[in-house]
Write a protein that binds this ligand. Sequence first.
Ligand SMILES: CC(C)(COP(=O)(O)OP(=O)(O)OC[C@H]1O[C@@H](n2cnc3c(N)ncnc32)[C@H](O)[C@@H]1OP(=O)(O)O)[C@@H](O)C(=O)NCCC(=O)NCCS
Length: 193
Amino acid sequence: MPHLFGERIRLRAAEKEDITLFLTWVNDPEVTEHLMLAYPMAQFEEERWYENMMTLPAAEHVMVIEIQAEDAPAGHRPIGTCQYHNLDWRCRNAEVGIMIGEKAFWNQGYGTETMKLLLRHGFETLNLHRIWLRVYDTNKRGIRAYEKAGFAYEGMFREAHYQNGQYCNVHLMSVLRPEWTLNQKILKNQGSD
Ligand SMILES: CC(C)(COP(=O)(O)OP(=O)(O)OC[C@H]1O[C@@H](n2cnc3c(N)ncnc32)[C@H](O)[C@@H]1OP(=O)(O)O)[C@@H](O)C(=O)NCCC(=O)NCCS
C-alpha cells in the first residue's frame, strides 16, 4: 500500500522492525488507559499479534503514524498507530482505532489529523458509507479529537467497560458519507471566500 499523506503526518505500513517500539507503547499504562489492553505485553505476544495482523485483508493492516522530523533517520518519526477493523463490505461499514504512543505528542492535533486522513481514505478510496469508533466516556481527549475530525455521537453501551474499579460507558461515534461530503463542500467554500 502506498503511504497516505496528511498536512503534517503520513501513514505507512507497519514493519516487523516496529515491534520493539510498539512494545514500549502498549506497556505504558498511560497510553493504554483508554484501550482494551489490560495485561503486560511480551515480545512473543506482540510478534504473534503482528503475524496474525498480516494475515488480515490489506485494508485492515495496522498503519504507523509518522510526523516530519529533520533529526530522524528517514526524516520521519513514528508516534503511533491506527487501523481499520471490522470491515463489512456489504454494508460498507468499518471501525477505526488509534493509539498515539508518544505522549509528548498528545494534544497537538495529530489524533484529529489522523482521523481526518482515515476518513478521507475510507470514503474516497475504500468507498465506505459509515465509519465508526468506540471510545470510553472517560477518554475526554479522544472524544474531543473525534468531534473535531467530524464524528458525531451515536449512542452508547452502558457500563460496558470495567477499569480502575469502576464501570464506564462506551460511546459510539460515527461519520456517514453524506455528512463527510457536505463538510468537505463547506470547507472548500470557506477556503474560496
Ligand atoms: C486519544 C488520542 C488519539 C487523541 O489524539 P491527540 O493528538 O492527543 O488529540 P488532539 O490534539 O487531536 O485533540 C485533543 C483535544 O482534546 C482536548 N483535551 C485534552 N484533554 C482533555 C480533557 N481532559 N477534557 C476535554 N478535552 C481535552 C484538547 O485540548 C484538544 O482539543 P482542542 O484542540 O479543542 O483544544 C491520543 O491522545 C491517544 O492516542 N491517546 C492514547 C490512546 C488512546 O486513548 N486511543 C484512543 C482510544 S479510543
